[in-house]
Design a protein around this ligand. Structure first.
Ligand code: NAD
Ligand code: MG
Length: 396
């Protein structure tokens, strides 16, 4: 069997490291041809020394010089590139057939689109890319003729619970009534909003069930993550928004469900370990060992499902509103949230101000048709400026 040639965008992050963990266990199936990271040069160097990709990409010239030096010392012949444009080159010039899109945030959009246009199999973790550019991205997939496999655990679960014909043609609904996205509710699930004024980044990042990067951990605490996932599901599966529901399920055992017209509900269950959806995407339509412990149902104390309390999670309401508005509004939502979360993590913005920043941008900025990449990137840039101005005013 020929080896699958894998490019990993964001290889030093939580998803990137888990992807390499699965690949490491299957040298007879996968070969790494491109790795990229923003700033973690030493970790990327270790990965290049182990996996010997054709191309490695970092954010800037300084990082590239350091990486080159570290690789030369070990006589590794990987070509080192830098800058945002080099991310697309890692896809088109490395000879990859599969791209793990695991950059966090809007920075992943342009390379993910390049992978779509080039007809690659895309394993999509970078939900922000799809939230920003849904229609454009799905069109690029169609033109490129590649395959889009969701890695986000909820969407991967739904993908696993859908009939094969549905996944190849999302508009033919084949008796699908609703999609039920499960959500743990994050670390503050049972705490009223008024209690959360002094929350620190460490508290917000301490997710009860999953270990993830810092941005998505904060998004899970505010439930913006679930809002982004509703928009992600809308584009991936082509169902009307009102047929995509959110259920709070604190145990994180059922990763999501498909409710069929005949009354059947299909659920995918497993440990909260991203190596399961990653292995599924890498090997699809086959299944391989992901290194994940089996689920022991007899040790579970019970599974519960409740409706989310929207008043407790304003970010979830804002995301539904942005999804309904359509056009460039989801890109505005995403950009404002990225700025607010970064300001909370690194710059002292109060936790409870995150939804205020997002709401301000949604109210201040118009929604226009998201007809081109330029329009989307303009909306993203304007939302970032608006959010930063607003944050400066709050802190004054
Ligand atoms: P992370 O912060 O751990 O890693 C992000 C990666 O992107 C790193 O390799 C970093 O170097 C790179 N990166 C960051 N900014 C960049 C930039 N401007 N240019 C180029 N590269 C850049 O994030 P993560 O938790 O691995 O999440 C990655 C994506 O996967 C996110 O979109 C997240 O929503 C999604 N996701 C993650 C999980 C999870 O369990 N971690 C689950 C579902 C979905
Ligand atoms: Mg998820």
């Amino acid at each position: 069997m020929p080896l699958k040639q894998i490019a990993i965008l964001g290889s030093t992050g939580s998803i990137g490291v888990n992807t390499l963990d699965v690949i490491r266990a299957h040298p007879d199936r996968f070969e790494v041809v491109a790795l990229t990271a923003a700033k973690q040069i030493e970790r990327l160097a270790e990965q290049c020394i182990e996996f010997k990709p054709t191309i490695a990409v970092v954010a800037d010239a300084e990082g590239a010089a350091k990486l080159t030096q570290l690789l030369q010392a070990k006589k590794i012949a990987t070509q080192v590139l830098y800058g945002p444009e080099a991310l697309a080159r890692a896809i088109t010039e490395s000879g990859c057939d599969t791209v793990m899109a695991a950059i966090v945030g809007a920075a992943g959009l342009v390379p993910a689109l390049a992978a779509a246009k080039a007809g690659k199999r895309i394993l999509l973790a970078n939900k922000e890319a799809l939230v920003m550019s849904g229609n454009l991205f799905m069109q690029a997939m169609q033109v490129g003729g590649g395959e889009l496999l969701p890695i986000d655990s909820e969407h991967n679960a739904i993908f696993q619970c859908l009939p094969d014909r549905f996944t190849k043609n999302p508009s033919a609904h084949l008796g699908v009534e609703e999609l039920w996205l499960t959500a743990s509710g994050g670390p503050f699930r049972d705490r009223p909003l008024v209690d959360l004024s002094g929350i620190t980044p460490e508290q917000a990042c301490a997710h009860p069930n999953w270990v993830m990067g810092r941005k998505i951990s904060v998004d899970s605490a505010t439930m913006m993550n679930k809002g982004l996932e509703v928009i992600e599901a809308y584009w991936l599966f082509g169902l009307p928004l009102e047929k995509i529901k959110v259920l709070i399920h604190p145990q994180s055992v059922v990763h999501s469900m498909v409710h069929y017209r005949d009354g059947s509900v299909l659920a995918q269950m497993g440990q909260p370990d991203m190596r399961t959806p990653i292995a599924y995407g890498l090997a699809w339509p086959e299944r391989i060992d992901a290194g994940v412990a089996p689920l022991n149902l007899t040790q579970l104390s019970g599974l519960s499902f409740t409706e989310p309390n929207f008043a407790q999670f304003p970010c979830l309401s804002l995301a539904f509103a942005a999804a309904k508005a359509g056009g460039t509004t989801p890109a505005v939502l995403n950009a404002a949230n990225e700025v607010a979360v970064a300001a909370f993590l690194d710059d002292g913005l109060p936790y409870l101000s995150i939804p205020n920043v997002v709401e301000h941008c949604l109210n201040a900025l118009p929604s226009v048709a998201a007809s081109s990449l330029e329009t989307i990137l303009e909306a993203d840039a304007l939302a970032r400026r608006t959010a930063n101005d607003f944050i400066r005013d709050i802190k004054r």
